[in-house]
Design a protein around this ligand. Structure first.
Ligand code: ZN
Length: 189
């Protein structure tokens, strides 16, 4: 993504290394700023994309029952610490007139995740994309993830955080309940 200023990241990474007391010119670190810059360009590329714009590959269907796609792998970057968090997103939606391809749904999750992010916002953005694009009348997204900032720091616990986001027809009532059960959130119903 050309929108990411890699030379600027390189300079900043050198500064961080110097600030922690490293010898920025030692062999093992010479290429690190450039490598980190390329990495950030890749893992933050979603910032310059609109998730709903990826919802073009849909299949017409006269299916109006809820559709569920469970355990889409998720890799993201916590916006509070810039440490990775990873887990799975399970997406339930009520189709309006179309079914979304599995790869498409995985792409929407990836685009929302590739930026400094909050776990709950991944779910909100995916659910909103499905509803605002007109693909679904409602969507519920359950995200479970393990956060680097929880595992590596403080008491270093490997805990799973679960968040739920819902939009439109699945936002409340019995449909929300049903969608949560489908998504595998039995414990949160
Ligand atoms: Zn964090």
């Amino acid at each position: 993504a050309s929108e990411v200023d890699q030379p600027r990241i390189q300079a900043a990474v050198r500064e961080i290394l110097a600030a922690i007391g490293e010898d920025v010119d030692r062999n093992g670190l010479v290429e690190t700023p450039a490598r980190v810059a390329r990495m950030y360009a890749e893992i933050c590329a979603g910032l310059h994309e609109v998730p709903a714009e990826h919802l073009t590959k849909v299949f017409e269907a006269d299916h109006d029952e809820m559709v569920m796609v469970r355990d889409i792998p998720l890799y993201s970057l916590c916006e509070h610490h810039l440490l990775p968090f990873e887990g799975f997103a399970s997406v339930v939606y009520e189709p309006r007139a179309a079914i979304v391809g599995l790869g498409t749904l995985a792409t929407v999750v990836e685009v929302t995740a590739r930026r400094p992010q909050l776990q709950e916002r991944v779910g909100e953005m995916v659910a909103q994309a499905l509803v605002t694009s007109g693909v679904a009348s409602g969507a519920l997204v359950l995200v479970s993830a393990i956060h680097g900032c929880v595992s590596y720091r403080g008491p270093k616990q490997r805990l799973t955080t679960v968040t739920v986001a819902a939009e439109g027809s699945l936002a409340e009532g019995t449909k929300r309940h049903e969608a949560l059960l489908l998504a595998g959130g039995e414990d949160w119903v």
